[in-house]
Design a protein around this ligand. Structure first.
Ligand SMILES: [Ca+2]
Ligand SMILES: [Ca+2]
Length: 147
């Protein structure tokens, strides 16, 4: 990003000249502090289905997801435990097609995908064996959240 001065990212995250991020549309020019654990991985997606990407963190050390929904704002931040194996890679996406992103992990050591459908909640969690070769990399829309 060294040649760019600023730019808008999905969800109206503003990339500032100093490479910091702020959530400009909802919160003015004030940067939003969210996350910060060394094991946190950013997993932005539209979890509340309003068409705007939500800030989200997957804390790989504990398998906890923290969602900052664009609809409810800071008052609606919530956490969900899903994952936590050392080989888990977060791969959120709308797997059930209801317009809301679903929590999902790819467990690399056994080549299994675990999906937590937004339409059913925890009772609908399912797994699919797909992959498992040591060189396999799950492909999602947001590769930056993995690496
Ligand atoms: Ca949203
Ligand atoms: Ca969904």
């Amino acid at each position: 990003m060294s040649n760019r001065t600023s730019g808008l990212l999905p969800g109206n995250l503003l990339l500032n000249k100093d490479s910091s991020l702020s959530y400009s549309t909802v919160y003015g020019e004030e940067p939003v502090g969210f996350g910060g654990d060394p094991s946190d991985k950013p997993v932005p997606a539209d979890y509340d289905g309003d068409g705007k990407t939500d800030l989200a963190i997957y804390r790989s050390g504990t398998g906890a997801w923290f969602i900052y929904p664009s609809l409810a704002g800071a008052a609606g931040i919530y956490g969900v435990g899903f994952g936590g194996d050392a080989t888990d890679i977060p791969v959120p996406g709308d797997y059930d097609g209801d317009g809301k992103a679903d929590l999902a992990i790819y467990r690399a050591n056994i080549g299994a995908w675990f999906i937590y459908p937004s339409s059913t909640g925890p009772s609908g969690i399912y797994g699919v064996g797909f992959g498992g070769d040591p060189t396999d990399i799950p492909v999602t829309m947001n590769l930056a959240s993995i690496y």
